[in-house]
Design a protein around this ligand. Structure first.
Ligand code: THU
Length: 163
């Protein structure tokens, strides 16, 4: 038996103002996208912004439903919109933020497990890491180079992928 400890690698900025220009702009776009959220149940408004290799930016926000599981997270709304509007164009980066009706979001907003899996799918499809930029309304911002960092030991069954 071997005991293996795996570390993850990410960059932490004291505020989003310190982010490199393109990351800062994408996070600002994600913050603006929180205004399009439909969240009458959680009152938690998530925004996501995807940047493609051609420079296109596509946004999404969480869309809730009275039948709760029918709703969708902001990240998947943005990703699915991006790849359906621009099929075949790789994804460079995704930024995520949120605001809430009843409290201030002062911590970076990480993607849920299913959204991590969806981001990982497009890394595999385009054979390219996706940069992930996380921020709250205020406070620290995190930059993660690819989904491998947030989804260690991810499911990769090559036998399922037809040549
Ligand atoms: N939500 C997202 O949009 N993205 C995530 O990664 C986590 C959660 C949404 C789902 C729901 O509308 C609200 O946040 C509260 O969970």
């Amino acid at each position: 038996m071997k005991h293996i400890v795996q570390t993850i690698d990410f960059q932490e900025y004291l505020s989003s103002a310190e982010l490199p220009g393109q990351d800062r702009e994408l996070l600002e776009t994600a913050r603006a996208a929180t205004l399009t959220s439909y969240a009458p149940y959680s009152h938690y408004h998530v925004g996501a912004a995807v940047r493609l290799t051609g420079g296109q930016i596509v946004t999404g926000s969480n869309q809730e439903n009275i039948s709760f599981p029918a709703g969708l997270c902001a990240e998947r709304v943005a990703l699915f919109a991006a790849v359906s509007q621009f099929p075949g164009i790789a994804i460079e980066a995704i930024a995520i933020s949120a605001r809430a009706d009843n409290f201030d979001v002062t911590e970076p907003v990480p993607p849920c497990g299913m959204c991590r899996q969806a981001i990982a799918e497009y890394e595999m499809k385009f054979n390219k890491g996706i940069r992930i930029i996380l921020g709250g309304e205020t406070g620290k911002a995190l930059v993660i180079d690819n989904m491998e960092q947030l989804l260690p030991l991810m499911f990769r069954e090559k036998g399922l992928v037809k040549p």
